[in-house]
Write a protein that binds this ligand. Sequence first.
Ligand SMILES: [Mg+2]
Length: 217
Amino acid sequence: MTKKDKLVILDFDHTLFNTEVFKRHLKNAYLSYGISSERYDQTYNYIRKKLKRPYDPALHLRLLDGEIVDLKSLMGEVNYLVDKSKDYLYDDVVTFLEDVKDECDLNLVSLGKKRFQKPKVDNCRMNGYFSRILLTEGQGGLKKEVFKDIICENRDKKIAIIEDMPENIDYLKRGFPSITAIKIERVGAKYAEEKAELNNFTIKSLYQASNIIKCIL
Ligand SMILES: [Mg+2]
């Protein structure tokens, strides 16, 4: 089999990127500029649940304008965190990508507000490993549709997905039983305790994924 016959589709948040720690550091920045933890959570949830939008600091900062001690400096701190997003990549990511890049075609799928998510992904400096990077701004439901489209376009290939969200894994396995679904459960990550029903493998880190991909695909 050649590289072109194998495709691994990877998710970004909680899979490659330590989103929990990044989110905590982002929140801490707001706290140091006079926003209480409760107020932060309240407005964060307003964006996510009421407005039903992916998280967007530009919008969050606008909502809290007037309550923040020094808006410009806080913006600078938020941008600084985005600039150093590479620090939040899990430490097995580059090793994994290096390990499989010559054997598989790699795609990346991520959900988030593009003006926030794109620089975050770009600054991780791993774009060169991926033949395609697809960012979507829709609610969770839409990300699985992006996965689905990629799978449909590559039906002639052997495909593995690495994703943390159980709902997405089950949805994709139901539609495409022949794909290999690897559920990653990072310590402390959002969906680590929530089980999928149809995943083929469960892993704690990407070190295990290399072996699975090399044996199965
Ligand atoms: Mg994820």
